[in-house]
Write a protein that binds this ligand. Structure first.
Ligand SMILES: Nc1ncnc2c1ncn2[C@@H]1O[C@H](COP(=O)(O)OP(=O)(O)OP(=O)(O)O)[C@@H](O)[C@H]1O
Ligand SMILES: [Mg+2]
Length: 497
């Protein structure tokens, strides 16, 4: 048998969308097989069919270990040996780490759930994975990255033959990626097959044996990763060449627009951090996951209690008790976790884009569907959001396109200062470039941008200045002329240079 998994001539249609158009996939045993393609290409849809979450259209067939494979639920898929780590994490936030790891396959003693044994087992698994959390912690208290690692641990621990990872690294930093890759290599040695979806090209070349590329629901081609180059792959994915991956906008830098001084959070996740950004400037905020970058901006936005600190917007001191206080002064926060704070998944694309700036959709003081439509259209177009129409439910869009809706929603309010927390997470190369161009356009209009990112190359590509945080405090600052990967990495791990 050549293939552990084969999809032959598979199609899937949703109302108004031909998500998969007679695609194929051939995965060899114990290989890492990367699936690549732009946002909305159909990658997650293929995987959800393999997990029995979606059902393929009539025709075509799927073979697993040479046998016909037709599962109708994730449980059936898991019982057959196929597990998946989802792109859109959907953990039950009130569950503890250990409960989440053992959900659906509880350890029992005399018929009762053996919590103690589960905690003990979970502790072992957590330790092996290099994650530093207690098994009894609730998921609500974990960062997105930590939740993701819990999901990874869970998939590893069910002894699946095929593990599908749908963008497992979109929120974790280099150090954690290394941990994950060690896991993947070990799994491979044990004969496990990995299907790996990521928009991060560097990872593909590091970890993948073979690559299959899709575009707009169609199969484009496959090959050995070692025989491929990055420009080649990009061309297969987007259908054209992209030479300039990080376009840098030249803007005139002016007076200070925003300043946060001596911010200390009541929970001490942020300890005496001061940052400022000027008109026309793109400030990068770098650091490892857990360094306190999101915690800092959430504190500034009044989402968490501050012990002390002062906030100035355009020279005026602002007392922030709730996010509205600072939003009304023209500051926007594009959040990291689109599910929790970013989007109303059951609302339409139009509604979501208009959510922050409701006043812009009024006509004679009344909500105007037509105005809402027109303004949403503009952003659907600007950001190239792939959706059948503005009436589509956001939850039905592909992951990357949901992220574009988050960006659109905040830009629509026309803020002067924009704080972006991992804005390009899960976004494909072409669309990332669209976002950089858009950020460039914003600073050229005289706005100020603070961008949090875990991708150092991205920060170095588009920022004027980078400040780095480590363990809740500021570890250093680098001007564009002094940017270097090593310097920023050293600051992130708080090594003095
Ligand atoms: N439940 C659904 N209802 C309607 N349309 C859907 C549904 N799920 C996916 N689609 C559509 O199918 C197409 C493929 O989406 P899919 O999520 O598979 O893309 P993807 O390749 O995973 O993209 P990304 O890189 O952004 O995650 C998109 O146009 C998407 O809007
Ligand atoms: Mg996807």
């Amino acid at each position: 048998m050549d293939y552990i998994l084969e999809m032959k001539d598979i199609s899937k249609t949703f109302p108004g969308v031909h998500a998969l158009d007679h695609i194929q996939l051939q995965v060899k045993p114990a290989e890492v097989h990367a699936i690549m393609g732009e946002n909305g290409a159909g990658k997650s849809t293929m995987m959800k069919i393999l997990m029995g979450i979606y059902h393929k259209d009539e025709g075509g067939e799927i073979l697993f270990d040479g046998e016909p494979y037709n599962v109708s639920s994730p449980k059936e898929a898991l019982d057959t040996g196929v597990a998946m780590i989802h792109q859109e994490l959907n953990p039950i936030l009130d569950m503890t780490v250990y409960e989440n790891i053992f959900v659906g396959r509880e350890l029992r003693k005399n018929g009762l759930v053996d919590n103690k044994a589960e905690i003990r087992e979970a502790e072992k698994l957590i330790e092996e994975s290099g994650l530093h959390v207690s098994p009894t912690e609730t998921l609500r208290n974990l960062t997105v990255a930590q939740c993701q690692l819990v999901e990874i641990i869970k998939a590893i621990s069910v002894n699946a033959k095929v593990i599908i990872m749908d963008e497992p690294t979109s929120t974790i930093t280099d150090k954690e990626v290394d941990v994950l890759f060690d896991h993947i290599r070990r799994l491979k040695e044990n004969g496990v097959t990995i299907i790996y979806i990521s928009h991060r090209m560097d990872e593909i070349f590091k970890i993948a044996d073979r690559v299959s590329v899709y575009r707009d629901g169609q199969y484009i081609g496959s090959g050995d990763a070692k025989d491929m180059t990055e420009p080649q792959l990009i061309k297969m994915m987007v259908g054209r060449e992209i030479t300039d991956v990080f376009p840098k906008a030249e803007a005139e830098i002016g007076e200070t627009m925003f300043e946060a001084k001596h911010i200390v959070r009541a929970d001490h996740k942020v300890k005496d951090v001061s940052i400022s950004v000027r008109k026309g400037e793109i400030l990068g905020l770098g650091g490892l996951v857990g360094a306190g970058r999101s915690e800092l901006v959430e504190g500034i936005f009044g989402m968490n209690k501050l012990e002390s600190g002062e906030i100035y917007v355009k020279g005026e001191k602002v007392t922030v008790r709730k996010p509205k206080d600072i939003i009304n002064k023209g500051v926007a926060l594009i959040t990291e976790d689109r599910k929790v704070t970013g989007l109303n998944l059951s609302g339409t694309v139009d509604d979501n884009i208009g959510m922050v700036a409701i006043h812009k959709q009024l006509k004679h003081g009344l909500y105007s569907k037509k105005k809402a439509r027109e303004s949403a259209e503009e952003y659907i177009d600007k950001l190239n959001i792939k959706t059948p129409s503005g009436d589509e439910i956001v939850g039905n869009l592909s992951g990357g396109n949901q992220q574009k809706v988050v960006v659109a929603k905040w830009l629509f309010n026309d803020p002067d200062i924009i704080i972006m927390d991992e804005p390009t997470r899960g976004i494909d190369v072409g669309a990332k470039r669209d976002i950089y161009l858009l950020i460039g356009g914003l600073v050229q209009e005289g706005k100020a941008v603070i961008m949090i990112s875990s991708e150092i190359s991205e920060l170095m590509g588009v920022c004027d200045r980078i400040v780095v945080m480590a363990e809740g405090h500021l570890s250093g600052e680098v001007e564009r002329k002094d940017f270097s990967q090593e310097k920023i990495m050293a600051l992130a791990s708080d090594i003095q240079v």
